[in-house]
Design a protein around this ligand. Structure first.
Ligand SMILES: [Mg+2]
Ligand SMILES: [Zn+2]
Length: 227
Protein backbone atom coordinates (compact mmCIF):
# COMPACT_ATOMS: atom_id res chain seq x y z
CA UNK A 1 0.00 0.00 0.00
CA UNK A 2 1.35 3.45 -0.89
CA UNK A 3 1.66 6.21 1.72
CA UNK A 4 -1.04 8.06 -0.10
CA UNK A 5 -3.46 5.18 0.29
CA UNK A 6 -2.44 4.54 3.89
CA UNK A 7 -3.50 8.09 4.71
CA UNK A 8 -7.00 7.52 3.43
CA UNK A 9 -9.78 6.86 5.89
CA UNK A 10 -11.59 3.59 5.37
CA UNK A 11 -15.36 3.91 5.07
CA UNK A 12 -17.93 1.11 4.77
CA UNK A 13 -21.25 1.52 2.94
CA UNK A 14 -23.37 -1.43 4.00
CA UNK A 15 -26.63 -2.50 2.41
CA UNK A 16 -29.45 -3.59 4.74
CA UNK A 17 -31.99 -5.98 3.13
CA UNK A 18 -30.36 -9.31 2.29
CA UNK A 19 -27.03 -8.04 3.71
CA UNK A 20 -27.44 -7.05 7.37
CA UNK A 21 -30.69 -9.03 7.39
CA UNK A 22 -30.94 -12.50 5.90
CA UNK A 23 -33.82 -11.69 3.55
CA UNK A 24 -35.51 -8.84 1.72
CA UNK A 25 -37.90 -7.16 4.14
CA UNK A 26 -39.94 -5.25 1.55
CA UNK A 27 -40.77 -8.40 -0.40
CA UNK A 28 -41.48 -10.30 2.86
CA UNK A 29 -43.96 -7.62 3.98
CA UNK A 30 -45.76 -7.43 0.65
CA UNK A 31 -45.90 -11.22 0.32
CA UNK A 32 -47.28 -11.55 3.85
CA UNK A 33 -50.12 -9.04 3.37
CA UNK A 34 -50.56 -10.21 -0.23
CA UNK A 35 -52.55 -7.30 -1.74
CA UNK A 36 -54.08 -7.81 -5.21
CA UNK A 37 -51.68 -7.00 -8.04
CA UNK A 38 -48.37 -6.96 -6.16
CA UNK A 39 -46.75 -9.74 -8.22
CA UNK A 40 -47.06 -7.78 -11.47
CA UNK A 41 -45.46 -4.66 -9.95
CA UNK A 42 -42.67 -6.77 -8.43
CA UNK A 43 -42.00 -8.44 -11.79
CA UNK A 44 -41.90 -5.11 -13.63
CA UNK A 45 -39.49 -3.73 -11.04
CA UNK A 46 -37.17 -6.73 -11.28
CA UNK A 47 -37.32 -6.49 -15.09
CA UNK A 48 -36.39 -2.77 -14.73
CA UNK A 49 -39.54 -1.68 -16.55
CA UNK A 50 -40.27 0.32 -13.41
CA UNK A 51 -37.61 2.19 -11.44
CA UNK A 52 -36.99 0.96 -7.88
CA UNK A 53 -38.63 4.15 -6.64
CA UNK A 54 -41.79 3.67 -8.71
CA UNK A 55 -41.97 -0.05 -7.97
CA UNK A 56 -41.56 0.23 -4.19
CA UNK A 57 -43.86 3.25 -4.05
CA UNK A 58 -46.59 1.40 -5.96
CA UNK A 59 -46.22 -1.78 -3.89
CA UNK A 60 -46.81 0.05 -0.59
CA UNK A 61 -49.72 2.05 -2.02
CA UNK A 62 -51.50 -1.31 -2.29
CA UNK A 63 -51.61 -1.46 1.53
CA UNK A 64 -54.10 0.61 3.56
CA UNK A 65 -52.51 2.91 6.13
CA UNK A 66 -54.98 1.52 8.69
CA UNK A 67 -52.88 -1.65 9.05
CA UNK A 68 -49.82 0.41 10.12
CA UNK A 69 -49.37 -1.47 13.40
CA UNK A 70 -49.52 -4.92 11.77
CA UNK A 71 -47.15 -3.91 8.95
CA UNK A 72 -44.57 -2.46 11.34
CA UNK A 73 -44.79 -5.41 13.75
CA UNK A 74 -44.42 -7.91 10.94
CA UNK A 75 -41.52 -5.97 9.37
CA UNK A 76 -39.58 -5.94 12.63
CA UNK A 77 -40.35 -9.45 13.90
CA UNK A 78 -39.71 -11.18 10.58
CA UNK A 79 -36.10 -10.00 10.19
CA UNK A 80 -33.08 -12.11 11.09
CA UNK A 81 -29.62 -10.55 11.42
CA UNK A 82 -26.73 -12.07 9.48
CA UNK A 83 -24.09 -13.79 11.59
CA UNK A 84 -21.21 -11.65 12.78
CA UNK A 85 -22.86 -8.25 12.31
CA UNK A 86 -22.31 -7.04 15.90
CA UNK A 87 -18.70 -8.29 15.78
CA UNK A 88 -18.17 -6.45 12.51
CA UNK A 89 -19.39 -3.18 14.06
CA UNK A 90 -16.91 -3.67 16.94
CA UNK A 91 -14.17 -4.43 14.42
CA UNK A 92 -14.91 -1.18 12.54
CA UNK A 93 -14.70 0.78 15.82
CA UNK A 94 -11.38 -0.83 16.77
CA UNK A 95 -9.92 -0.23 13.32
CA UNK A 96 -11.28 3.33 13.04
CA UNK A 97 -13.34 2.43 9.97
CA UNK A 98 -16.38 4.67 9.42
CA UNK A 99 -19.58 2.62 9.10
CA UNK A 100 -22.68 3.74 7.20
CA UNK A 101 -25.87 1.88 6.36
CA UNK A 102 -27.10 2.67 2.84
CA UNK A 103 -30.46 0.98 2.57
CA UNK A 104 -33.28 0.95 0.05
CA UNK A 105 -35.46 -0.22 2.96
CA UNK A 106 -38.03 1.81 4.87
CA UNK A 107 -37.56 3.71 8.15
CA UNK A 108 -40.29 1.85 10.06
CA UNK A 109 -38.36 -1.40 9.97
CA UNK A 110 -34.74 -0.29 9.36
CA UNK A 111 -34.39 1.88 12.51
CA UNK A 112 -36.07 -0.54 14.96
CA UNK A 113 -34.12 -3.56 13.64
CA UNK A 114 -30.82 -1.65 13.95
CA UNK A 115 -31.72 -0.11 17.31
CA UNK A 116 -29.84 -2.71 19.46
CA UNK A 117 -26.57 -2.07 17.62
CA UNK A 118 -26.01 1.57 18.61
CA UNK A 119 -25.31 2.95 15.12
CA UNK A 120 -25.75 6.76 15.13
CA UNK A 121 -28.94 7.78 13.30
CA UNK A 122 -27.03 10.07 10.95
CA UNK A 123 -25.04 7.03 9.77
CA UNK A 124 -28.20 5.31 8.55
CA UNK A 125 -29.64 6.23 5.16
CA UNK A 126 -33.01 4.76 4.15
CA UNK A 127 -36.42 5.75 2.81
CA UNK A 128 -39.24 7.25 4.86
CA UNK A 129 -42.93 6.47 5.26
CA UNK A 130 -46.22 8.29 5.79
CA UNK A 131 -49.24 6.51 7.26
CA UNK A 132 -51.46 9.61 7.50
CA UNK A 133 -53.39 9.04 4.25
CA UNK A 134 -55.61 6.22 2.95
CA UNK A 135 -52.67 4.08 1.84
CA UNK A 136 -49.02 3.73 2.86
CA UNK A 137 -46.94 6.37 1.12
CA UNK A 138 -43.16 5.92 0.86
CA UNK A 139 -41.05 9.09 1.18
CA UNK A 140 -37.71 9.62 -0.54
CA UNK A 141 -35.41 11.92 1.44
CA UNK A 142 -32.22 10.71 -0.34
CA UNK A 143 -32.79 11.20 -4.09
CA UNK A 144 -30.31 10.80 -6.95
CA UNK A 145 -27.91 13.69 -7.57
CA UNK A 146 -27.09 15.02 -11.07
CA UNK A 147 -24.66 12.12 -11.67
CA UNK A 148 -27.31 9.38 -11.35
CA UNK A 149 -30.27 8.92 -13.66
CA UNK A 150 -31.59 5.63 -12.25
CA UNK A 151 -34.37 7.09 -10.07
CA UNK A 152 -33.07 4.91 -7.22
CA UNK A 153 -35.31 6.27 -4.49
CA UNK A 154 -32.50 5.99 -1.92
CA UNK A 155 -29.44 6.72 -4.07
CA UNK A 156 -26.39 4.82 -2.80
CA UNK A 157 -23.96 6.40 -5.26
CA UNK A 158 -25.12 9.90 -4.30
CA UNK A 159 -24.21 9.14 -0.67
CA UNK A 160 -20.85 7.64 -1.72
CA UNK A 161 -19.92 10.70 -3.78
CA UNK A 162 -20.04 12.79 -0.57
CA UNK A 163 -16.92 10.88 0.54
CA UNK A 164 -14.38 11.61 -2.22
CA UNK A 165 -12.08 8.84 -3.47
CA UNK A 166 -8.95 10.94 -2.84
CA UNK A 167 -9.72 11.07 0.90
CA UNK A 168 -11.49 7.78 1.51
CA UNK A 169 -10.97 4.12 0.77
CA UNK A 170 -14.57 3.25 -0.06
CA UNK A 171 -15.75 -0.25 0.81
CA UNK A 172 -19.18 -1.53 -0.21
CA UNK A 173 -21.03 -4.54 1.21
CA UNK A 174 -24.11 -5.73 -0.66
CA UNK A 175 -26.12 -8.56 -2.14
CA UNK A 176 -28.14 -7.36 -5.10
CA UNK A 177 -28.11 -5.72 -8.50
CA UNK A 178 -29.08 -2.41 -6.83
CA UNK A 179 -25.64 -2.40 -5.17
CA UNK A 180 -23.78 -2.68 -8.47
CA UNK A 181 -23.49 1.02 -9.33
CA UNK A 182 -22.00 1.60 -5.87
CA UNK A 183 -19.68 -1.37 -6.38
CA UNK A 184 -18.30 0.30 -9.52
CA UNK A 185 -17.40 3.41 -7.48
CA UNK A 186 -15.93 1.48 -4.55
CA UNK A 187 -12.28 0.53 -3.93
CA UNK A 188 -13.28 -2.77 -2.33
CA UNK A 189 -16.45 -4.83 -2.90
CA UNK A 190 -17.88 -7.51 -0.60
CA UNK A 191 -20.63 -9.36 -2.41
CA UNK A 192 -23.03 -12.21 -2.16
CA UNK A 193 -25.94 -13.54 -4.24
CA UNK A 194 -27.03 -11.44 -7.25
CA UNK A 195 -24.26 -8.87 -6.69
CA UNK A 196 -21.64 -11.62 -7.02
CA UNK A 197 -23.23 -12.83 -10.26
CA UNK A 198 -23.28 -9.29 -11.65
CA UNK A 199 -19.63 -8.65 -10.63
CA UNK A 200 -18.56 -11.90 -12.31
CA UNK A 201 -20.55 -11.12 -15.45
CA UNK A 202 -18.92 -7.71 -15.81
CA UNK A 203 -15.47 -8.59 -14.48
CA UNK A 204 -15.55 -6.38 -11.38
CA UNK A 205 -13.15 -7.50 -8.60
CA UNK A 206 -15.00 -8.57 -5.46
CA UNK A 207 -14.73 -10.70 -2.32
CA UNK A 208 -17.56 -13.12 -1.65
CA UNK A 209 -18.97 -13.41 1.89
CA UNK A 210 -21.69 -15.33 3.66
CA UNK A 211 -21.25 -13.91 7.17
CA UNK A 212 -19.73 -10.73 8.56
CA UNK A 213 -17.01 -12.91 10.08
CA UNK A 214 -15.89 -13.68 6.52
CA UNK A 215 -15.50 -9.93 5.92
CA UNK A 216 -13.53 -9.37 9.17
CA UNK A 217 -11.27 -12.25 8.20
CA UNK A 218 -10.65 -10.87 4.71
CA UNK A 219 -10.03 -7.32 5.94
CA UNK A 220 -7.48 -8.62 8.47
CA UNK A 221 -5.77 -10.67 5.77
CA UNK A 222 -5.51 -7.64 3.46
CA UNK A 223 -3.97 -5.53 6.22
CA UNK A 224 -1.38 -8.22 6.92
CA UNK A 225 -0.42 -8.50 3.26
CA UNK A 226 -0.16 -4.73 2.79
CA UNK A 227 2.19 -4.22 5.79
MG1 LIG B 1 -29.94 -5.86 -0.45
ZN1 LIG C 1 -29.44 7.09 -8.05
Amino acid sequence: MSDNQAAKKRIVFCDFDGTITMNDNIIAIIKHFNPDGWERIAEQTIAQELSIKDGVGQLFRLLPASIQKEVIEFGISNARIREGFADFLSFCKEQDIAFYVTSGGIDFFVYPILEPFGIPQDHIYCNGSDFSGEVIEILWPNPCDEHCGNDCGMCKTTIMRRFPADQYERIIIGDSVTDFEGAKLADVVYSRSHLTAKCKELGLPHHEYETFHDIIHEMNAERTISK
